[in-house]
Ligand binder design. Structure first.
Ligand SMILES: [Cu+2]
Length: 155
């Protein structure tokens, strides 16, 4: 019996990686830092003169300012625990809203929280301030964990 098992183990080890069963995934804790970054704000009109027209009534940014969450996409595996650090280094306030989570991000603040990515899917996160929508957003991508989580592309 031991000999058969050893032979099987040798055969499996000799298979190309694509043919071997993927190991079961063990959820982990991930540190994720997301920063609110100003891209085109009213304060920048002195640097970019074109912004004066953009922010004027009827301009393409009338009533808006462009901010981003960096990174805009966070990818984890189902079951992972995220230690989220949300940084807002500038003086304007923001929010961070996602399924099951709604946080105020005051100016020049750091907000720490924990989030468990339980279910596979794509979850948008965004700032809920109307002047920052729809530009200030991102996505949490939660991949299915388990033996079939990692697949080779079809040929
Ligand atoms: Cu905002």
């Amino acid at each position: 019996m031991h000999r058969s098992f050893a032979l099987l183990a040798m055969v499996v080890a000799a298979l190309p990686a694509a043919c071997r069963p993927a190991p079961s995934y063990v959820p982990r804790t991930r540190d994720v830092v997301i920063t609110a970054v100003p891209l085109l704000t009213k304060e920048m009109q002195a640097i970019y003169p074109f912004l004066e027209q953009d922010f004027a009534p009827g301009g393409v940014l009338d009533g808006k300012e462009v901010y981003a969450f960096v990174p805009g996409t966070v990818t984890v595996m189902a079951g992972d625990t995220l230690r989220l650090m949300l940084l807002n280094p500038e003086d304007d306030a923001h929010t961070f809203v996602m399924a099951g989570l709604a946080l105020a991000l005051p100016g020049q603040s750091r907000t720490d929280t924990t989030y468990v990515a339980r279910t596979p899917g794509i979850y948008p996160f965004f700032c809920s301030l109307p002047a920052h929508a729809p530009m200030m957003h991102g996505e949490l991508v939660v991949l299915r964990a388990g033996r079939r989580a990692v697949r080779q592309p079809a040929r």
